[in-house]
Design a protein around this ligand. Structure first.
Ligand SMILES: [Ca+2]
Ligand SMILES: [Ca+2]
Ligand SMILES: [Ca+2]
Ligand SMILES: [Ca+2]
Length: 580
């Protein structure tokens, strides 16, 4: 298949090589000549550089099956994931494709892609051998070790029927969907693994979008504008009836029970796109924040593992300014303000503004989008994948958002909004988030039809890299080139009493004057899954005085470590009182 890189990135590859070329020349010149050279050609270090497919060997390209009828799923996928499927300590990559469905018959077989990390910056496609090709119209991936064997399993969400791939531990996977009972028939979007009832096993929450199939497809005529005569546009998702999401309880024996009804999840029909699991009220029970399209967002507060109370409206996270319904897509949660409470983020469409909700410690939130500058930066953009992470390892959480308008006719319909949009990068100055996209180089000036965004340190240098999946285009792998300039410690947390992936664990650390706390949330972003490791950044400080791991329920154990190394990954197994 021909490689279709987003247009701007072809140019960027050339620009990057030219800069590297100049660096090469400069290295061979005398110091005096070098300084004159440097003065003439300022060469800023941008935080992320594109790893082109010629280098990464990731040549897989997403095909959405775009049709003249403009069936809605065509423009909403697909997602991506970082996971270490062979447990060799190096993050591999999974990419989800569209495929056969009632509205789409691919002209040639489409498949998802599992890329093995060769530990030298290149990847090898091992999809066929691994047996994770998919086969339906794929949407997203949620990775979690549901059977606690040390090998991460993949839940592939699809339009039609989703698939649970159990990792066999030998480089292959088995489709165990039927036995497990997690098919979730309908249009599944994002999913998340989280232990909602604190029994130590990872349960599965699956977002469901509205009631759509080919027979229910609605025809939405494009506005009568020159060039669009007789065209169909992607309908506003609000035309499709909302449907409830699914919650599956992990029985611990390879099977799951659908508890959507008994836990109250089924009482709330939605058009769910993104989900993140985090304990928003610090009561030890993991809650769920769900973004809905053209509907109030849901905040499911977990009442002792028995019932989820949906408090989106009363908590202040359901709507935009003045009670407007927005097009929620991606979500994330983090203790941005270092107050010990989880704040929330939602990406929305152009003119709706993304939302950044500060936790007020009483099950209510305040949207800080305007005072934080998030509103201004996201005003004309349509956001999907989003994640908080400390990309420069200075100890302060930063933020990246993947963008792109869902309607491919929007450039004609609304001249100031574009179908392809560049991602946004926000740097945390210590006082707040600053939009640094403009000064962060070609990646953040390149329009893409982005959807998924996954975090993962693929080269194990402690600088967390980013994978962005684009609709009907090649994915984009971004290497972080600034994170390793600061000092860091990477943690792989392995739960024994608590869930093995340590979802919900909280790590507090001190390095001299710097004290920070970071929480392992479940999921977040859009249709995507992330490197399960936690990286603690300490800036230029040269020693970590101590780290403290608070394991999630049921143990709630707190373990403190004082003699820890820097600039490498270590593994901490719950209850072993030592790292390795
Ligand atoms: Ca690996
Ligand atoms: Ca497993
Ligand atoms: Ca809670
Ligand atoms: Ca930072």
């Amino acid at each position: 298949m021909a490689m279709r890189l987003p247009l701007g990135l072809r140019e960027n590859c050339v620009r990057i090589s030219r800069r590297q070329f100049i660096r090469g020349i400069a290295g061979s010149l005398t110091f005096g000549v070098l300084s004159r050279f440097a003065a003439a050609l300022p060469d800023p270090v941008y935080p992320f550089t594109l790893v082109p497919p010629t280098v990464s060997r990731i040549t897989w390209v997403h095909s959405s099956g775009k049709s003249a009828e403009r069936y809605l799923p065509e423009t909403d996928g697909s997602g991506c994931a970082f996971l270490d499927y062979d447990d060799d300590g190096w993050m591999d990559i999974y990419l989800v494709n569209a495929g056969r469905s009632d509205f789409f018959t691919p002209p040639h077989p489409l498949h998802n892609a599992l890329y093995h990390n060769n530990r030298d910056g290149t990847f090898t496609d091992v999809t066929e051998k691994a047996g994770v090709t998919g086969g339906g119209y794929g949407m997203g991936a949620a990775v979690g070790d549901y059977n606690r064997d040390g090998f991460p399993d993949i839940y592939l969400t699809q339009y039609g029927r989703s698939i649970l791939y159990r990792n066999n531990g030998d480089g292959t996977f088995t489709d165990v969907t039927e036995k497990a009972g997690v098919a979730a028939p309908g249009w599944a979007s994002s999913a998340v693994w989280v232990d909602y009832d604190n029994d130590g096993n990872l349960d599965l929450f699956v977002c469901r979008f509205g009631d759509f199939d080919k027979a229910k497809h609605q025809h939405c005529a494009a506005p009568r504008l020159p060039g669009l005569e007789g065209s169909t546009e992607y309908c506003n998702p609000g035309v499709y009836k909302p449907m409830p999401s699914w919650l599956f309880h992990n029985n611990g024996d390879g099977t799951f029970t659908d508890v959507s009804q008994s836990t109250g999840i089924a009482d709330n029909p939605g058009r769910a796109w993104g989900v993140v699991a985090a304990d928003i009220n610090n009561d030890g029970w993991m809650d769920l924040f769900v973004a809905n399209d053209q509907l109030a967002n849901f905040l499911y507060v977990n009442r002792a593992g028995k019932h989820f109370e949906e408090i989106g409206f009363t908590s202040g996270v359901a709507y935009g300014e003045g009670g407007t319904i927005r097009s929620g897509m991606g979500v994330d949660a983090a203790d941005l303000h270092q107050a010990g409470w989880m704040d929330l983020f939602v990406t929305n469409m152009n003119h709706e503004l993304d939302a950044i909700y500060r936790n007020k410690h009483d099950e209510t939130f305040e949207d800080m989008a305007v005072p934080s500058g998030i509103a201004n930066a996201t005003k004309m953009k349509s956001g999907w994948g989003v994640k908080f992470f400390d990309y420069d390892n200075d100890g302060n959480l930063d933020l990246m958002i993947a963008n792109g308008h869902p309607d491919d006719l929007i450039d004609v319909i609304y001249p100031r909004v574009t179908y392809r949009e560049p991602p946004l990068l926000f740097h945390n100055t210590g006082k707040g988030l600053k939009d640094v996209s403009q000064e962060s180089g070609p990646v953040f000036a390149t329009p893409m039809a982005s959807r998924g965004l996954a975090l993962g340190d693929f080269n194990n240098d402690g600088a967390v890299d980013v994978l962005i999946s684009n609709n009907n285009e090649a994915p984009v792998l971004l290497r972080n080139v600034v994170g390793a300039q600061n000092n860091w410690l990477g943690l792989r947390l392995v739960g024994t009493k608590s869930n093995i992936d340590a979802v919900g664990a909280r790590v507090t650390y001190q390095a001299g004057d710097l004290k920070r706390s970071t929480t392992k949330v479940g999921g977040g972003s859009y249709l995507s899954s992330h490197d399960p490791r936690v990286v603690l950044g300490i800036g230029r400080r040269t020693k970590l005085d101590w780290i403290e791991v608070k394991w999630p329920a049921p143990s709630h154990a707190i373990e403190r470590f004082t003699e820890v190394p820097l600039n490498r990954y270590i593994t901490i197994v719950e209850g072993e009182a030592k790292w390795k």
